[in-house]
Design a protein around this ligand. Structure first.
Ligand SMILES: [Zn+2]
Ligand SMILES: [Zn+2]
Length: 198
């Protein structure tokens, strides 16, 4: 089992201040979270820096990801190292992810920038059921949605600043490799965790 923060932004997101170097150092020294998915807004640049910096560290896992801004809300794709074109429709994002073997996660479905009820039309692989920036009710609704759709629940800190890191993570029943983790998410071998609760 590996514990992974599946939603983190670097300063390449524009609205975030966490440097790739800080992320790698923090992840390496964290006591039990040993993986991270870099999910910057519409760029892989931060991920590429983190990946390069992390290459010399052992026992930490970096998962490529991107938080795609569609006109209808955010969609996270894990496991792709490419950025989709601009102004994609939701179907376009789904096709993009599927063609590249990516895992589609619906982040914070009920927050302002969330997909909301449009989610029903998206063949997602997982729902973000805990996001520390969402309200208690919004997270509860996301949990309900995951149950109704019979989809795995995942969690991530959605950290934009260093003090927001590690507030949520996902326990994934998998070996610490990108492929194994993506497959385990697809199969629902996940547990969403809040780091604020014991
Ligand atoms: Zn978002
Ligand atoms: Zn985000």
């Amino acid at each position: 089992m590996i514990r992974i923060d599946l939603h983190v932004h670097t300063n390449f997101s524009g609205d975030a201040t966490i440097s790739p170097k800080f992320i790698v150092n923090q992840l390496y020294s964290h006591l039990f979270i040993k993986g991270i998915a870099i999910t910057d807004h519409d760029t892989l640049e931060g991920y590429n820096h983190v990946r390069k910096l992390a290459a010399t560290y052992e026992d930490i896992l970096i998962i490529p990801g991107i938080e795609v801004s569609t006109r209808w809300g955010h969609i996270n794709i894990l496991g792709v190292e490419e950025k989709p074109g601009d102004w994609l429709t939701i179907d376009g994002v789904v096709d993009f992810a599927r063609e590249r073997g990516g895992v589609i996660v619906i982040p914070h479905p009920y927050r302002g920038s969330g997909i909301g009820e449009r989610m029903s039309n998206i063949p997602a692989d997982a729902i973000e059921v805990f996001n520390p920036h969402s309200t208690y009710e919004q997270n509860k609704m996301a949990e309900k949605l995951a149950r109704a759709k019979n989809l795995p629940g995942v969690a991530g800190s959605d950290a934009h600043d260093p003090n927001e890191m590690w507030t949520a993570y996902t326990e994934v029943e998998a070996e610490p490799s990108v492929e194994a983790v993506l497959n385990a998410i697809r199969r629902g071998l996940t547990k969403a965790k809040s780091a604020r609760q014991p």
